[in-house]
Design a protein around this ligand. Sequence first.
Ligand SMILES: [Zn+2]
Ligand SMILES: [Zn+2]
Length: 312
Amino acid sequence: MQKTIGRLPLPDGTALRKIDWVAVLTISSYHLVALLACLPWFFSWASVWVMVVGVFVFGYLGINLCYHRLLTHKGLVCPKWLEHTFAVLAVCCAQDTPARWVGIHRWHHVKSDESEDPHTPLAGPFWGHMGWIFIQNEQVDRYAIYTRFAKDILRDPFYKKLETTARYPMIIVGSWLLFFLAGVVIELLLGGSLGQAIQFGASLLIWGVFVRTVVVWHVTWSVNSLAHLYGYRNYNTPDDSRNNWFVALVTLGEGWHNNHHADARSARHGHRWFEIDLTFSVIQLLERVGLASEVVRPSKRLMDDKKIDTSD
Ligand SMILES: [Zn+2]
Ligand SMILES: [Zn+2]
């Protein structure tokens, strides 16, 4: 019998009783540790600013630009050293390895808002947002998804090593240590005591890593949930994707999700003049300074049909 908690049944290959405990423990631990930010001992304005800048650096450059527009959809090409740097930033967001993230997202595009879509919110808003991560799904098992949707990613030895060695968790844990030690060293250099140095290191760790990671998670997940439920549509795509102002604002452009489903390869998600897409502005900047090439613009045919001005 098919399992239903929303308008659509959950994907075949899932069972609500088959819980992915690693995902549950990881995500709940991050949320609990992030809550320490509510304690005054961990507070400092410097750490809050590091968190805000970190959302841009790790979330927008790592997840939006690299995992999504570059690796998944090949909307641009960057020099390998820069691509790998952006990929490391994305790894620090703890949203899975490049190959699995790309594989799941490509599968989402193939089956958008059908019952096999791994995270359609039509199977339940909470399911679409984060519930799908907590339940094992045979269709997006690592090896199933690699062979179907991520062979090209695994041809790159750098990404392959992230799958086959302990590098993925080591980078994440290494980033925790880096933030803590940076805080300790900075405070000591400023003449603080050892106690003050440990306090500032802990503050940077909680705000700069855990709060930032939780914020970036919910920002990314809101694309999967809110931008398939609420908003307007420029294009009559076969899925329920929407252009959602709120999501576009908090994701710096990923919320123009109906545009994206209509023309997935385009590195530019905002198609109309008022659809501000700061992630694409960063890509244009990289292109101007010679660090991005083969940048894919929205399809002219699509634009002509809608009479949308495509000039950047
Ligand atoms: Zn989507
Ligand atoms: Zn996509």
